[in-house]
Design a binder for this molecule. Structure first.
Ligand code: ADP
Ligand code: ASP
Ligand code: MG
Length: 408
């Protein structure tokens, strides 16, 4: 039975809950996500969801194969359709699973014709590629909506293309904030007022002319904060596969720890300089409305994670985190452009983030000591909450490990 009838309409601000690809990678992950939303029902959830882990890469590869006239590019996606179907069969009633399967079938047919169109050319590729890649989030949003309903929540799938409006820079489109806020409120406020739980695809959007666009790799974080800003949310929650924003990339530093608190500026700098956990533009929409952001672990929802919010830093001049960005930082297709200092190919930029760091001479001396004999150079720049170092790309991980040991 759905819980909708038991709830009074509410005008309280909602909480946006975004689930990343690894937080919806299989049936158990869907169950964890649904438990999280149900347990936080009182916060008035608006759910934003990424494609199942691995699906966006597979869609991009299929689009490339089609453009290169490879045989049967859809074949490589069959396993991913099957994943969705298996999750539906495991978690839903037969009837609900059949409805999801029918939806998957429609998506598969549409994708097949898009890939054919791509192979035929000569229509412009980037718009078609965005259309292809959008199916990852469209299918996951359909599936998560059905799973949430199975969990007794009155979930409604909302088409993100009716909410997020962008320019036509396919692959990494820029949202038009005022129009996005207007459309998002118009679409979501009535649902919230009637007690529904809106579920929306992250990452995908539409241009004013109605073409599908995408917000750059990892863009579901950005969707979540755009929606949060439009609705004046109480909080935006980024549910991911690690225990918050960590002091370094855990794939490089085994002992990386959760950072309990970050200012907006620190989090934005971290995201800009390569901490994959947040899309580079995630923080921007939150600042004007002072909306807090929480980064939480979907495998350990009771842990506090990282809180990012407005306010004075209780511990300025301390290193909060260390990130890296490899050679010539333009990024590939679909990566958000970054305009920070450019390092040469074969070199890497190591970024130490913390409020007021650039003006902390003791920190610079400790850095120099930690990186003795590494041919590391300080990079001049304008941002006060970051120290930048240019090191040999091959030794970047060693530099991060040494710095982490020295400061944490
Ligand atoms: P999601 O699919 O939830 O969006 P992402 O893969 O985009 O997750 O981001 C989470 C990953 O970011 C982590 O698994 C981790 O490997 C990587 N990462 C890199 N730097 C950091 C950092 N400083 N803190 C936390 N995670 C980081
Ligand atoms: N699915 C998209 C990607 O893999 C967006 C996201 O996960 O945030 O880049
Ligand atoms: Mg991500």
């Amino acid at each position: 039975m759905l819980l909708k009838a038991a709830r009074k309409p509410s005008h309280q601000p909602p909480a946006v809950m975004k689930f990343g690809g690894t937080s919806v990678e299989d049936a158990s992950a869907f169950e964890r996500a649904a438990e999280i939303v149900r347990a936080r029902r009182e916060e008035l959830p608006v759910v934003v969801v990424s494609a199942l882990g691995g699906v966006t890469n597979a869609l991009l590869a299929a689009a490339r194969s089609a453009a290169a006239h490879a045989d049967a590019p859809l074949d490589s996606l069959e396993g991913h359709f099957e994943r969705h179907v298996q999750i539906a069969r495991r978690l839903l009633t037969d009837e609900a699973a059949a409805a999801v399967e029918a939806e998957m079938g429609r998506g598969r047919a549409e994708l097949a014709s898009l890939l054919e169109e791509m192979a035929a050319g000569p229509r412009e590729r980037p718009p078609l590629q965005d259309a292809v890649v959008s199916y990852g989030e469209r299918l996951s949003a359909t599936l998560l909506t059905a799973v949430l309903r199975q969990y007794g929540l009155p979930a409604t799938c909302v088409d993100a293309r009716q909410c997020i409006v962008t320019d036509e820079a396919h692959g990494c489109a820029a949202p038009l904030p005022a129009e996005t806020a207007r459309r998002t409120r118009a679409r979501l406020a009535p649902l919230l007022a009637s007690g529904e739980v809106p579920v929306m695809a992250g990452f995908i959007a539409a241009s004013e002319g109605g073409a599908v666009t995408t917000l750059g790799r990892g863009g579901s974080d950005y969707t979540a904060t755009l929606v949060g800003a439009a609705l004046g949310a109480r909080e935006v929650q980024i549910w991911t596969d690690v225990a918050g924003v960590l002091t370094a990339d855990p794939r490089i530093v085994k002992g990386a720890r959760t950072i309990p608190w970050l200012s907006y500026a620190e989090a934005a700098t971290l995201a800009f300089f390569g901490a994959k956990v947040l899309h580079p533009k995630t923080i921007e929409p939150l600042v004007a409305g002072r909306i807090p952001l929480r980064v939480c672990n979907s495998r350990a929802p009771e842990e506090p994670g990282t809180l990012v919010c407005a306010g004075a830093d209780p511990s300025p001049h301390t290193v909060k985190a260390i990130t890296q960005q490899l050679g010539a930082n333009g990024g590939g297709h679909g990566e958000a452009p970054r305009h920070g200092p450019i390092v040469e190919r074969g070199r890497a930029l190591i970024c130490m983030v913390g409020e007021g760091l650039r003006e902390a001479p003791a920190v610079a001396a400790r850095v120099a000591h930690a990186l003795t004999n590494m041919n590391a150079l300080f990079v001049k720049h304008e941002v006060s909450d970051v120290l930048l170092l240019d090191v040999d790309e091959e030794r970047a991980c060693e530099a991060i490990t040494r710095l982490h040991a020295a400061f944490f």
